[in-house]
Each structure stands twice: as C-alpha cells, then as structure tokens.
Design a protein around this ligand. Structure first.
Ligand code: FES
Length: 325
C-alpha cells in the first residue's frame, strides 16, 4: 500500500514537472484546471494540497540552477530520438557543458518530437525535431554556450533550425531564407583581382537573427597601407524576405554611418545584387554587381564589372574559407 502511494507521488511529481516546464515556471488558474483534468485522465486525483505541494516541488526543480535543460522522454519523443539519450550520455553532457539535464514526461507538442526546453535565468526556449545525432549536438552546443553566457541571446548557429515556438503558429524562421544558409558561420579570405590592383583581407560572420527571420552578416575588410598601418572598414548587413513581395532585401550599415539598401536576386544557390558604382572609382565601371555562391570550402564572392560593353566580366574574386564549425 505504502509502495503504491509512493509510486503515485512519484508519478504526480513527474507529471507536475512536465507541466511546469511546459508553462515555463508559472501558470494561471485555468492552466492548473486543465492540468488537473489531464491528471484525472491518468487516474490521478490528488487533493488540492497535494497538488499544490507537487507543483511547488516542480517549480523549485525547474528554477534550480542558473540554467537547466529539460529533455522530454515521453513515448513519442523517445521513439524519434536517433541519438544517445541514455542516463550515462546525459551525465556526460552535464559534465561537458556544466548544465544540469533533467528528463521529463510529455512537454506537449508531441507532433514535433523530439522536444526539449532550455531555461536560462528567467527565460526559456523550446527545441523540437532535433532527430539525428548532429541535430542533437547543435542543440547542446547552443545550450552550453547560452548557459555559460547566461543568456539565450547567444548566436544560435545550427540550433536555429530546431527552435520551436509553441505559442505562435508561424515557423520560427523564414523558409526562403534557408537558401542563404551558406552564409552562416565564420569566414575569411584574400582578394584575387584580375588586374592585381586590389589587396585586402575580408572576414565575415553570418548568424541567424530575430528567431531566424533575418540573417545578420558582420564584415571587416582590412587594407594594408604603404606605411605599414592597416585601414579597417566594418559593416553590418541584415538580410530578410519582404513579406509582401517575397523579395530578398538587404540593408547595410557601415562604420562611416552609411545605410544602403540592396535588392538580392536569388537563383538556385547563387545570390546576385547590383553594387554601387561610385565605390569603384579607380576602375569606373558603368555597372557593377556582386555574385555569391556556395563552395565546398565556404563561399565565393565575386565582383563583376560592365565596363561599357553591356556584359559583365570578373574583376575580383574572394574565396571565403569557413573556419571551425
Ligand atoms: S512526448 Fe515529448 S512532447 Fe509529448
């Protein structure tokens, strides 16, 4: 009999924790009523005091630690996990990332299994559909960085694809923008110009921004000066898809205070836009365009000029090499 009651309390505690994770630590009277109805379906009808106590224990668990990762181990989630979620593997993750990991009962959106919730400070993010080992690793990589920086606003990297918003019914990112995924990461390259007249080094970091709705691109170009000093120019680009026209648009913010808008043509995996001719005063083309395409090592950036013939020809190329992952 005592054993039976203990099992019921454990079951109630497990379901209470999953509920508290789902509502991210706080709940309304209506949410509590819905939870009580769910418990009844499970054959649990705790007294109000017992339920209050279970919810308080669950809240304490949810709020323990500066950051905490909750992996759903409900049946649909377990079935779709193609990664090692054994207790030993989770212990290793705790040690490697310095992040407590707790398994839970169903967190709610089973259709998007597997599911997990990461709490950092007062905020939580949900992740879904991270099925393969690689997917799982990218979610953990994000969770580890967010925990050590103590904010969910670290760059999401590959984990962006697995972010899940249970409240809004839109996708967390722009599907069209996925075509520009090859810009994500850290890249460096040296210019190779056709007339040998260019000499600069370029570095760029591409990240998802605003929940994957935009792609941010930070750039720095370093020009060696004759006296040995370095002339460095930086810029920030935000790329998004116009919701009305479906067009790709980019806005560039420069360290000189300039703001420039560009219309991007995306054809297959090649991105092209008309460049401002006034920035190429040494060559004075009648038209200029930039062309970007993915390569096995990262991507290529090309600057092409129309010098009056009506046709574009290559002026320079920058092979941008991805560093790390
Ligand atoms: S089983 Fe994981 S969300 Fe339902």
């Amino acid at each position: 009999m005592t054993q039976h009651m203990t099992a019921d309390v454990d079951h109630l505690d497990a379901l209470a924790l999953a509920f508290v994770v789902r509502v991210q630590g706080s709940w309304t009277p209506e949410a509590r009523e819905t939870f009580e109805a769910e418990l009844a379906q499970e054959g649990l009808t705790p007294e109000a005091d017992a339920l209050d106590a279970a919810l308080q224990r669950a809240r304490q668990h949810f709020e323990s630690g500066e950051a905490h990762f909750f992996l759903c181990m409900g049946r649909p989630c377990q079935k779709r996990q193609k990664f090692d979620a054994s207790a030993e593997a989770l212990d290793r993750i705790e040690a490697a990332h310095g992040l407590p990991v707790t398994t839970t009962e169903c967190q709610g959106p089973c259709k998007h299994a597997p599911v997990a919730t990461l709490r950092v400070g007062q905020r939580s993010d949900m992740f879904a559909e991270f099925i393969r080992e690689d997917d799982w690793r990218s979610v953990l990589d994000f969770a580890g960085r967010a925990a050590s920086e103590r904010t969910l606003l670290v760059t999401p990297g590959e984990a962006q694809s697995f972010r899940f918003d249970p409240v809004h019914d839109h996708d967390t990112g722009s599907g069209l923008l996925q075509k520009l995924k090859f810009f994500l990461g850290h890249f460096q390259g040296d210019v190779e110009s056709t007339d040998g007249g260019e000499n600069f080094h370029k570095e760029a970091v591409g990240t998802w921004e605003v929940n994957g709705r935009f792609l941010g691109f930070r750039m720095a170009v370093t020009y060696p000066l004759p006296d040995g000093r370095k002339d460095i120019h930086t810029a920030m680009v935000m790329i998004g898809v116009n919701p009305d026209s479906g067009d790709f648009e980019a806005r560039v913010y420069t360290d000189g205070g300039g703001v420039h808008d560009y219309h991007l043509e995306v054809d297959g995996d090649t991105v092209t836009f008309s460049d401002r001719v006034e920035t190429h005063h040494r060559v004075k083309p009648s038209r200029a365009r930039k062309v970007f395409c993915p390569t096995p090592y990262g991507f290529d950036e090309r600057l092409e000029f129309d010098r009056g013939s009506g046709a574009y020809e290559l002026y320079y190329r920058i092979p941008m090499y991805r560093s790390g992952k």
